[in-house]
Design a protein around this ligand. Sequence first.
Ligand code: ADP
Ligand code: MG
Length: 563
Amino acid sequence: STPTETIEFQAEARQLLQLMIHSIYSNKDIFLRELISNASDALDKVRLAGYQEKDLDVDTSDLHVELVPDAENRTLTVRDNGIGMSRDDVVDLIGTIAKSGTAELLAQLKESDSVESQALIGQFGVGFYSSFMVADRVELVTRKAGETEGVHWESTGEGSYTIEPVPDAPQGTSVTLHLKAEDAEDSLHDYANPATVRRIVKKYSDFITWPVRMAGEKKDGAEETDDAGPEVETLNSMKALWARPQKDVSDEEYAEFYRHVSHDWQEPLETIRLSAEGTFEYQALLFLPQHAPMDLYMRERRRGVQLYVRRVFIMDDCEALVPEYLRFVKGVVDAADLSLNVSREILQQDRQITAIRRRLVKKVLSTVKTMMTEDADKYATFWEQFGRAVKEGLLEDPDNRDGILEIASFASTHDTEKPTTLADYVSRMRDGQEHVYYMTGESRSSIEASPHMEALRDRGYEVLLLTDPIDEVWVDQVPEFDGKELRSIAKGQVDLETEEQKQEAQKRNEEFSGFLEWITGALSEQVKDVRLSSRLTTSAACLVNDEHDMSPALEKMYRAMGQ
Ligand code: ADP
Ligand code: MG
């Protein structure tokens, strides 16, 4: 068969590996969490493949993770009998980084100091590559379920790796870390020491639903019996967090579980639990992250909720469970009454899934609403990170429009720093003010400088300053909030006058009718109509859109999209 090949890492992968080797991350222990997390995912996948592909030649009778610390050779091996990888899988998944946003992240990393770097890399997550924080050489042997030949991969993390076929690899993946000498001195971080391994698994991977085993140390007097090898010890309790009573689970455990499902390295911003009994029985454990992922607004983005059926993993990013605009929500839904064979297509139609989704959306919205009153800073972080996505819901999910409007906030003329909620806007409305006024535009300053603002400013009316491109789109679909009409100050007639002022205006119109006729004629190519205005106080004239015309910014957006 093919001889050993040497292959270069993709450029982005090479850069990330450099960061790992020079360990910008202060907590090296987490490499083990990453490897166990990958092993656990691989076990989930093989169990599912076993259910779904009856002809697949796999043994799923004793799925587990095995840890082998070897003090003599200074290695630690993490082995699983999961789905494994083909040669091409290894090249694609281990040799390259497919995550969108990688190049941008690396550019940012170059410019930031080490503290910022840690936060950035933490946000990104580097999974398998974290092995190179503790190992100066990593070997990986793997065989994909159903295939006959395995592969051996090896690298020092410096530029390239080697890959070669192995005829007799067991199914699954085995990662052997040749540990850096420097960590051996520090007994707490000696990864060839079973006590260290035991401590780390307990801390970071306890909830993993597969057994994580380690061959135990020989007990005193073990030499005297001819017992076959040392006893095997299971290091984790394997309890699914979402199935445990909430009061028995610590914040730290939730945070670790969040890291496992989200591949994020930080803590969640908020943990959300919900469950239902009766006809549709399910449990859900959801998280709001602290940071928007880099691909939140990219096309290939994925949704973050996993579907389980009675503790059996069914699929990642189950799109039937969450609408697009909540795609940043991470976590798990475990439903009791679904077939293990469900497909994505079937799920879209499933009544139980539809019911769960409806409840989940309401729960997320109500959680954020509670956050607004109980922890304003947390809410501000949430809205800053995810507000743009949530606003898409005003278009995507009309049924929850009111709930979304309640948790939204917008820049406003009331405060130059802090955005306002609509409820706060309404509470500040002046006597006689009937509408919620807004203006869309490119930036706060361009809107504030607009002549349209003058009359509103004079009357002391607050104006919402909407600068997201998406704002252009939803404002046309959302007529009101709390019985108050939303009105653009740049469109049609903004009715600010009293009766008296109206009569005055009527009189002036008659007075100037000749002038208006003349100027309308002179500008007939450029404008539809010329009117005397009461909205200007210092500017001589301004352009106004018709009530139903596209706003200039929207026109620009469509033009940019080539329409
Ligand atoms: P992530 O887990 O966030 O995708 P990793 O760097 O941890 O990133 O792993 C990259 C990919 O390599 C995984 O998505 C998976 O497809 C594959 N992989 C890693 N470890 C294993 C394993 N033990 N068994 C099978 N596939 C694996
Ligand atoms: Mg991983």
